[in-house]
Design a protein around this ligand. Structure first.
Ligand code: SAM
Length: 194
């Protein structure tokens, strides 16, 4: 998937699209028949790129700033007609019977430390950095269509093997489909197939 000529603004307190955003964007393969859910949409770039290809998009973020930012960017590009943007803690606000063929999350993955900042929701993934991702996996699986796919960004700063093992323990077939070396870490995209 490509961002092509999508324009976007990044509001205060919202994660600005970075290497991890573009790695995930490039790794996700979508077709017109797909129904796409992005958890943690931030400024909305990935959801907007998906909206250009698929029949429907739902974008979720726990941050109201991010939700408003995504709605604004969708309007800027006139791509939101078949999209819903929802404020929710992970998939909690979805109807029980909502199903998607593709679900993606570029999660916060840093381990907690003693400092607390207003941007913790963007960077901190739990006590050891993976708890939020594990909670996401548990919530996402019941919302996957048969033969659906989950895409997750993982970092060497957290425990990649723990996440991969956890996905397998929940019945997903896991493949590492993209990788990038950054300054202090390497990041990967894991694809889990139902
Ligand atoms: C690393 S940013 C990624 C943003 C965007 N998807 C991108 O790739 O540029 C992580 C996003 O997840 C959101 N987030 C964190 N915890 C969440 C939760 N429990 N439920 C939904 N979204 C959450 C954050 O607010 C943030 O927008």
């Amino acid at each position: 998937m490509k961002a092509n000529d999508l324009k976007f603004e990044v509001d205060d307190g919202v994660y600005p699209p970075a290497e991890d955003t573009y790695l995930l964007l490039d790794a996700i393969e979508l077709e017109s028949a797909d129904s796409f859910l992005e958890v943690g949409c931030g400024a909305g770039l990935i959801s907007m790129a998906a909206a250009e290809v698929t029949k429907s998009v739902v974008a979720i973020d726990i941050s109201l700033n991010a939700v408003r930012n995504t709605i604004g960017n969708m309007k800027l590009n006139s791509v939101g007609e078949r999209s819903g943007v929802i404020q929710s803690d992970l998939l909690g606000a979805l109807a029980r019977d909502a199903r998607f063929s593709v679900i993606a999350f570029n999660p916060p993955y840093l381990p907690e430390d003693d400092s607390v900042t207003e941007l913790d929701h963007v960077f901190v993934g739990g006590n050891s950095g993976v708890e939020l991702t594990e909670r996401f996996i548990l919530q996402a699986i019941p919302h996957l269509e048969k033969k659906g796919r989950i895409y997750i960004v993982v970092s060497s700063l957290a425990d990649i093997e723990r996440i991969s093992d956890f996905m397998e323990s929940q019945g997903l077939k896991v493949n590492s489909i993209a990788e990038a070396a950054l300054f202090f870490e390497s990041i990967r995209v894991l694809q889990g197939s139902a």
